[in-house]
Design a protein around this ligand. Structure first.
Ligand SMILES: NC(=O)c1ccc[n+]([C@@H]2O[C@H](COP(=O)([O-])OP(=O)(O)OC[C@H]3O[C@@H](n4cnc5c(N)ncnc54)[C@H](O)[C@@H]3O)[C@@H](O)[C@H]2O)c1
Ligand SMILES: [Zn+2]
Length: 354
């Protein structure tokens, strides 16, 4: 088992990563927090795969439990599900000393975390990520929230978990495309912060035995960035590499292109443009595309620069008249590059394959 401790200005919490943590979760949670009543939150797929077994174990360990199960998928990450979840917490008389247990991917973690930030003005919550993306990214760092009609993640709160338990055994049942979303984020961490991790990923998919270490490394990188900039005022933006254009791709495709796949394309576009402007070392693009292809991740945009520029200009990372895009001067390093709003389209044009 691996452990990373995250220390933000307001909170300190452990991230435990290892095979079989689900079975041990009752003991672990009671060591940390005693036996609060736990509200298990899971989507229907994850509940069926792991939720029922987890409930049984937790009951055996003496925990009182209630469960909230919602239909899987991004479409559930909305205010209606959030309201239903809060109502369910109230009906089950959860108090300020009880806790929410978010078992699932990023959708579950974001939704449950937001409820934990708001119900009774805040109660504790534990993340149990079951997707690779949630393990390396969304379960750590404290960004929570839901989508509204106007856009993704537009309503939310910063709410750090009290503990993260990542049972790597649960990742075995992931469909390949969902797994690939997480792989894209791992490659992103390599690109922005860790050449060694990138080189390891570029060797190709024999990473099963190394998964625990890879997740640990990604969590360490994310923890370091979050510790330096908990509320996303500056340095945290490097985590956004590939994301401004990635979000645009998700939006235009009506979310048919999933997050990690969109980020893969976004990283390629921004790197090709940066390389053509001399902002990035010569061979960076070739290395990046070679690596992404090893995991069957896409590297080409089905959309034009004009189509991509529009939603990118509405990105919530926009400040005034400039957009801060993240570029990698070389693999393992990242910095912001400001592009004027009216020059974004031509920047993206440079990023498209001719
Ligand atoms: N808070 C953050 O910092 C942050 C960071 C990145 C992404 N996100 C958010 O995360 C969400 C995407 O997360 P996701 O990709 O995990 O999506 P998800 O939670 O929808 O999970 C994807 C699918 O995999 C299924 N699944 C989950 N675990 C499984 C398992 N072990 N075996 C088989 N199937 C399983 C789910 O039922 C779902 O159908 C987006 O809403 C995004 O905005 C948040
Ligand atoms: Zn992401």
């Amino acid at each position: 088992m691996q452990k990373v401790t995250v220390q933000t200005s307001s909170e300190k919490y452990d991230v435990l990563i290892g095979g079989g943590l689900l079975e041990k979760s009752g003991q672990i949670i009671s060591q940390y927090f005693g036996t609060p009543t736990l509200a298990l939150v899971a989507d229907d797929r994850v509940y069926e795969l792991y939720g029922q077994a987890l409930e049984k174990r937790l009951r055996q360990e003496g925990f009182k439990l209630c469960s909230f199960v919602f239909p899987h998928g991004e479409a559930s990450k909305n205010l209606e599900t959030f309201t239903n979840l809060c109502e369910s917490l109230a009906q089950n008389q959860l108090t300020g000393s009880d806790m929410i247990l978010a078992l699932g991917g990023g959708v579950t973690g974001d939704l449950a975390g937001f409820a934990a930030s708001a119900y009774l003005r805040g109660i504790g919550f534990i993340q149990m990520p079951t997707t690779l993306l949630a393990a390396v990214d969304s379960s750590v760092g404290g960004k929570t929230g839901v989508n509204i009609k106007a856009g993704k993640n537009l309503v939310g709160a910063f709410k750090q978990p009290a503990l993260v338990l990542c049972d790597t055994n649960t990742l075995a049942s992931l469909p390949p495309e969902v797994r690939a979303d997480g792989l894209a984020e791992i490659i992103k961490y390599g690109m922005i912060s860790d050449r060694e991790l990138f080189d390891f990923m570029k060797k190709g998919p024999a990473l099963e035995s190394e998964l625990e270490n890879i997740i640990k490394r990604c969590v360490e990188i994310k923890a370091a960035v979050v510790q330096a900039d908990e509320f996303d005022q500056g340095q945290r933006q490097i985590l956004n590499f590939g994301h401004t254009l990635g979000h645009a791709l998700e939006k235009i495709s009506d979310y048919k292109i999933s997050h990690g796949h969109a980020v893969a394309i976004g990283m390629v576009l921004v790197t090709r443009a940066a390389q053509s402007l001399g902002l990035t070392e010569e061979n960076t693009l070739g290395n990046l595309t070679e690596c992404l292809k090893k995991y069957s991740l896409p590297t080409q945009s089905p959309y034009t620069a004009q189509e991509l520029a529009k939603p990118a200009l509405r990105d919530k990372k926009r400040r005034g008249d400039t957009i801060n895009l993240i570029v990698t001067p070389s693999i393992g390093q990242a910095r912001g590059h400001k592009v004027k709003a009216d020059e974004l389209e031509s920047f993206i044009e440079r990023g498209l394959e001719k």
